[in-house]
Design a protein around this ligand. Structure first.
Ligand SMILES: [Zn+2]
Length: 242
């Protein structure tokens, strides 16, 4: 790779834009080719089937929807991606799991990729007013952990800079990942652990809000105006994925 993917803040927003384009009818081949020409392939191989790239990008898109819902406190976005069911099922040994006093069992169904995953037997507190947020957070943490399990932290270009005073010494650790896919998930992980950013609903760039009610990356900026004009247009019916 001739660029440092970890330094590119546009990486995730570019994926979201590409998936949105495809969902709005642009040819998969064209959009994914364009994206890959700029960013490269997701794994370290020299070739990768288009359909495989699509599924990976779509998975990241759906995960981003959960993250965006959490970061922006957008419960309706979370509800659009998570379905909670009251059904209590038997576990593998046919043992019925009984509700305890302060928790109850719910099954969360999270839509991801072209299939959905079922998060079973999550214990939610009875007074959890926002079970979707809890489910989203657990699902994000579990998925990121799984995707990053082979990642190691190298002391790559680690820097130590000394000031006049002994207390001025700054230690800057650095991360090194081996594939583009790992870079994407690592950026995701860093965002999640920083936990102080909101996501612009139009351009999908993370930003630190100056005011608690700031919704777009730049107050009254281009994204604010785009969102305002979008509101006057009729929403398109959702596309069924082939
Ligand atoms: Zn924006």
């Amino acid at each position: 790779m001739d660029y440092d993917a970890m330094d590119e803040i546009d990486l995730i927003p570019s994926i979201i834009k590409t998936v949105e384009k495809i969902l709005n009818g642009e040819k998969k081949t064209k959009a994914i080719k364009q994206w890959s020409q700029k960013w490269g392939l997701l794994n370290s191989d020299l070739t990768q089937p288009l359909e495989e790239i699509w599924l990976e990008l779509y998975k990241i898109y759906k995960l981003w929807e959960l993250y965006k819902g959490l970061a922006n406190g957008d419960i309706s976005l979370l509800k659009a991606n998570i379905q909670l069911s009251d059904e209590i099922e038997l576990d593998q040994d046919d043992v019925l799991i009984i509700e305890s006093e302060d928790t109850y069992l719910k099954k969360a169904i999270i839509f991801k990729g072209e299939e959905f995953s079922v998060v079973e037997h999550h214990n939610f507190m009875k007074d959890d007013n926002n079970p979707e947020s809890t489910v989203a957070l657990f699902h994000l943490a579990e998925t990121l952990e799984k995707e990053l399990q082979n990642c190691t932290i190298f002391s790559h270009r680690m820097s130590i800079s000394a000031g006049k005073d002994i207390n001025d010494i700054k230690f800057t650790p650095a991360l090194k990942v081996s594939t583009l896919k790992e870079a994407i998930y690592m950026q995701f992980y860093i965002l999640l652990s920083e936990n102080n950013q909101k996501i612009c609903p139009v351009c999908n760039k993370p930003f630190s809000p100056n005011r608690i009610d700031q919704r777009y990356c730049i107050p009254k900026g281009p994204c604010y105006h785009t969102a305002k004009s979008r509101r006057y247009r009729k929403p398109k019916p959702p596309k069924i994925l082939a």
